[in-house]
Design a protein. Structure first.
Length: 343
């Protein structure tokens, strides 16, 4: 729709320019002295409202008189000769003005839409056209099993032209934009507004959001649902890009889509059950513990303790304090709590 309107505007502007050039070339012909005198002699000075009969004005010379009358004479002759053209310009100018206003309104010069013109759908910014089309889609989905772009476009076009600027192809363009923003998914009955109406799916999403880096076993255990149910709901959350997954050494961790990717590896590590137990134990012993104390307290293999303590040290979440010939390990509370507050 935008391309068609721009093409129309270009054609009108080219036509306007061509006619204007023709008029200028004709009107720019300068008369010689004989023609000048003819203009003065044939022009009825009494018809000029701005002239009087004072001696001062009547005593002006030939060239001055010609200059005074040339503009008025030329203007009247041009009006008579190009009356139809001026009417055309008047109409064309109105059309151009209207097209420019519409283009600037819907497509700003810098290619960006002002933030004040954007609306929000479940955390996603949309334009007014997208919001209107999205609402029509939800209305369509209430009476249909799955989303079909062609059928939806026909349905919307049959009941409304949205805001007067979108035809069938324009509506399809807006639908494509909504699909790209993952607000709707072809072949699904769900939209981003309805995806979390299912209580199980909402619980899974909230658990991932509150526990970034969580994994399948933790989801199954904490939510008391089968692996099959968890996987099914995860697949739908993926389709609408509400969550994402990261793999480290063949182990998968789930994150809410907007979570800071720079902290993925850290949360992938500290959400592991064994690492989680080590952190919880160190939180209780602010003065720190030795490796063998931690191993004994948690009934965990010494090498496993070493692996996770090294990781925590790498992430600057640990404080080492050497006492005599042994090391004591304490949690770096400042860094750890600062990290948790970033969730």
């Amino acid at each position: 729709m935008k391309k068609r309107r721009i093409n129309r505007l270009v054609v009108i502007l080219i036509t306007f320019f061509c006619i204007l050039t023709s008029i200028y070339s004709i009107s720019s012909h300068k008369p010689d002295n004989k023609n000048k005198r003819s203009i003065i002699e044939n022009y009825n000075i009494e018809n000029l409202p701005f002239l009087d009969t004072s001696q001062e004005l009547l005593s002006i010379g030939f060239e001055e008189t010609y200059q005074l009358l040339q503009v008025t004479h030329h203007f009247e002759e041009t009006l008579k000769e190009f009356e139809d053209a001026f009417r055309f310009f008047s109409l064309t100018g109105s059309i151009i003005f209207f097209d420019v206003i519409v283009l600037l309104k819907n497509h700003p010069i810098n290619g960006k839409i002002a933030e004040s013109d954007l609306l929000d759908v479940e955390g996603v910014n949309v334009t007014k056209d997208e919001m209107i089309v999205f609402n029509f889609i939800q209305e369509f989905m209430s009476n249909n099993k799955v989303f079909d772009k062609e059928k939806v476009a026909i349905y919307i076009n049959s009941i409304s032209r949205v805001n007067g600027n979108l035809n069938y192809n324009g509506i399809k363009g807006v639908i494509d934009s909504l699909i790209a923003k993952n607000l709707i998914v072809e072949g699904s009955k769900l939209t981003r507004k309805t995806i979390l109406l299912n209580s199980n799916r909402k619980n899974i999403y909230n658990f991932i959001k509150e526990n970034p880096g969580t994994y399948m076993y933790a989801l199954v255990k904490q939510l008391d649902k089968s692996v099959f149910i968890i996987k099914w709901h995860l697949s739908l959350l993926f389709k609408f890009q509400l969550i994402r997954v990261q793999s480290y050494n063949g182990k998968f961790s789930y994150f809410e889509s907007s979570f800071n990717k720079e902290n993925d590896l850290i949360f992938h590590t500290i959400t592991r059950e064994k690492c989680r137990k080590i952190i919880e134990l160190l939180e209780k012993h602010k003065n720190g513990l030795q490796k063998n104390q931690i191993s004994k307290e948690l009934n965990m293999h010494y090498n496993t303790i070493t692996k996770y303590l090294d990781k925590l040290d790498e992430f600057n979440l640990l404080i080492r304090d050497r006492v005599s010939t042994t090391n004591r390990f304490a949690l770096n509370y400042k860094n750890y709590h600062g990290l948790m507050q970033s969730i």
